[in-house]
Design a protein around this ligand. Structure first.
Ligand code: ADP
Ligand code: MG
Length: 704
């Protein structure tokens, strides 16, 4: 049945074909329903107007509304620096409004002598107040709109949207839309659930999210809409989980046998930490239940996850199954292969490696060996997902660094045997519990919360480019002590050639300041030939090169205990979690290690908060929580949840953890009674579950 709300937004008066296409492209709004679910990201209190004279420097950068008369306009500066300057005055003082962009657009709208409402962030210079790119509207126009509570929604926008619709355009469309749709809004939640959870009806929530009648009505609207999103996600996750548990077709590993014991008793070069032991026990008990294991192993960088993975794989081998381990990059895969081979040397366990770059002989050897069963453990990259990779009896899969790996890919591994193998997903990103529950709710979670003994905390400092000489001096000092240094450049996508310029400029400047023959600098990035990459890595690992210049995405997963300095260039471009990951590459040996964050002078508030946090703490969980808060609190909507594949528009699993808990309980209850959501009255819930079935890809390495 065609729902009224599925109609194209172009039919709303004032939109039309062309502007509809812009809405779709810029904001993903295609239907009336999409528009209805396009929420304001903040509200202007139109009743609160500040007097210019009352705004003190303490209010710099916070959002305020003024009402003032334009006393003059002018142009300042030349060429690219040209700006449009407007003087406004009220009874208490005067302020300057400044535009660097969109001058043509704004100058037509400003009239000397007229009175305007002005909304923006004040800044101060020598006691004079100014505002850059404020929103302005004539007083007449603002007062002609009836906004009862005084709160008016400000919608997320893009440059294109603003130039097409103006500052109030989306709001105006919403005003036209509302009377059309108000009687077509069906509430997906059964009344009993709404009552039990104290939720207002959906239509009421939507009305108040767009046109809040009071602060309390807005709060309830937000609560309700967040609840729906989180409920949709939970219905998905819990359904997936109960389906998995109902199948009861997991492999059983009843025994701990010779391979595991020999390794543990004779090969292990150090005692396991308590946390490692606990996690191995958890995995072991999963694999005797008859259910297929899906476990997420979280542990900070350097906490020894690889060893846990290896010992789990040995359990599989002891029980006659094969195991494989998938790493996110070629280099990591080869490094795992090298260390696993070393650990298992002389034990009669067949180990092979397979990557996209494997030479023909290596590939043949691996494929033949896993098919005939002579290879017990295969280590590689995404190449292992290919259909050509056929195991004789795969029972256990380890996936290292989950955040680059989606659920679909996990599911592909399930088909590599007649029954799905056990899956252990490892991530060095300490995901806050609340979020793990939302995003990985179909996984059980283990945590390694203890580092191997004898690690020094890493000293972290933030330098601006002005301190580059000091940085080089410090690098020389460390190198003179026999240590090694990483210099990492941001790279958003491996395909973005532009970013390589920074890396090469940096490489050249380092090669000049650290000349041969005293110094050797290696360079390594994703666009190099595998053989060249490997040569660079070999140089650095062997200590032949003291400096490694590399990109962030791929090459830094290496374990070089002698490296004590991690220099991160343009550190402001990295997300917190990624900074933390990179920092974890040093401090692996017994020496004091350092992380140096380089940035320009000018930083956004958020970037500064990230760098400050890095200098303040090395607790991965604390950083991960903060990361989410910083990103969740971003002013510009749309980037807010960009790390999440679930299409959450308003809920933030970290900040809204209480609502999340309630939604989870509600989802559990309803699924308990009606697992398929097939009962009458549950159509809406079924639709909600479908709407939020987006996969749990969570890219924590995203660069903000
Ligand atoms: P992760 O993958 O969690 O970042 P790794 O497994 O690479 O960490 O381990 C980091 C380093 O610590 C490796 O050199 C590893 O051999 C070492 N290591 C692991 N477990 C222990 C332990 N229990 N005691 C001492 N060193 C350990
Ligand atoms: Mg690791």
């Amino acid at each position: 049945m065609e729902r009224y709300l599925d109609n194209d937004i172009k039919y709303v008066s004032g939109v039309g074909e062309v502007r509809a296409r812009i809405l779709e492209k810029e904001a993903g709004i295609r239907t009336l329903d999409d528009m209805l679910h396009y929420y304001p990201f903040r509200y202007v209190d139109r009743t609160k107007v500040y007097r210019i004279g009352d705004i003190g420097e303490s209010m710099a950068s916070s959002l305020v509304q003024l009402r003032g008369r334009v006393t003059g306009v002018g142009y300042v500066g030349e060429g690219r620096k040209r700006r449009f300057s407007v003087s406004v005055r009220d009874g208490s003082g005067q302020a300057e409004l400044i535009w660097f962009q969109g001058i043509k657009w704004i100058e037509k709208r400003i009239e000397v002598g007229r009175e305007y409402f002005i909304f923006g962030r004040p800044s101060f210079f020598r006691g004079e107040m100014s505002m850059v790119h404020p929103e302005v509207e004539t007083v007449e126009k603002a007062l002609s709109r009836k906004v009862e509570s005084g709160m008016q929604g400000i919608y997320p926008s893009t440059e294109k949207l603003s130039s097409t619709f103006g500052t109030k355009g989306i709001y105006n469309i919403m005003c036209t839309l509302w009377p059309m749709v108000r009687d077509h809004i069906a509430d997906p939640l059964p009344a009993a659930m709404r009552d039990a959870c104290g939720l207002v009806p959906l239509a009421e929530a939507l009305y108040n999210i767009h046109f809040p009648q009071s602060a309390e009505a807005l709060r309830q609207a937000q609560y309700r809409l967040k609840f729906d999103e989180l409920l949709g996600v939970q219905l998905n996750i819990l359904s997936r989980r109960s389906e998995r548990m109902s199948r009861n077709n997991g492999f059983v590993f009843p025994k701990v046998g010779g391979v595991f014991n020999t390794f543990y008793n004779e090969k292990l070069p150090f005692p396991l930490t308590g946390a490692q032991k606990r996690v191995i026990r958890e995995i072991r008990s999963d694999t005797v239940t008859g259910y297929q294991m899906n476990r997420l192993l979280q542990g900070d960088v350097g906490s020894g996850k690889t060893l846990v993975a290896l010992m789990s794989m040995l359990l599989a081998v002891d029980n006659g199954y094969q195991a494989c381990m998938i790493a996110p990059t070629e280099i990591l895969a080869r490094q795992h292969f090298a260390s696993v081979s070393r650990f298992l040397a002389g034990m009669g366990v067949g180990v092979a490696v397979l990557t996209g770059a494997s030479p023909a002989t290596e590939r043949r050897h691996a494929l033949r060996g896993i098919a005939d069963g002579s290879i017990d453990i295969l280590i590689g990259t995404h190449a292992l997902l290919e259909d050509k990779v056929q195991f004789s009896n795969l029972g256990f899969v380890v996936i290292d660094e989950q955040h680059r790996f989606g659920v679909e890919q996990r599911a592909r591994m399930w088909t590599k045997n007649s029954r799905p193998p056990h899956i252990l997903v490892m991530t060095a990103t300490p995901i806050p519990r609340t979020l793990a529950m939302t995003l990985y709710g179909d996984l059980d979670v283990s945590v390694i919360d203890e580092l191997p003994p004898g690690r020094h905390p890493i000293k972290t400092v933030h330098y601006t480019d002005a301190a580059r000489l000091r940085l080089f001096g410090f690098m020389r000092q460390e190198i003179a002590k026999g240590r090694q240094v990483y210099v990492v450049y941001p790279l958003i996508k491996e395909s973005e050639t532009m970013d390589y310029k920074d890396l090469y400029d940096g490489y050249e400047s380092i090669s000049r300041d650290f000349p041969l023959p005293d110094y050797v600098t290696a360079v390594c990035h994703g666009q190099m030939k595998p053989a060249d990459k490997e040569e660079s890595m070999r140089q650095f690992k062997s200590g032949e090169a003291q400096i490694l210049v590399a990109t962030s995405v791929i090459e830094v997963g290496v374990d070089v205990p002698n490296a004590t300095v991690m220099v991160i260039e343009s550190a402001e471009r990295f997300g917190l979690s990624q900074l933390h990951q990179l920092r974890g590459r040093v401090g692996r040996g017994g020496e004091q290690s350092y992380c140096i964050l380089m940035s320009g002078e000018k930083l956004s508030r958020e970037a500064r908060a990230r760098l400050d946090a890095m200098c303040r703490t090395s607790d991965g969980f604390e950083l991960a929580e903060l990361d989410l808060k910083l990103r969740g609190a971003g002013d510009i909507n749309g980037t807010q949840q960009s790390g999440m594949a679930f299409d959450l528009k308003i809920a933030n699993p970290t900040l809204d953890s209480q609502i999340l808990q309630r939604a989870r309980t509600a989802a559990e209850e309803v699924l308990e009674a009606d697992r398929a959501l097939a009962l009458p009255g549950h159509e809406g819930l079924r639709e909600l579950r479908r709407r939020y079935s987006g996969e749990t890809k969570f890219d924590f390495s995203m660069i903000s």
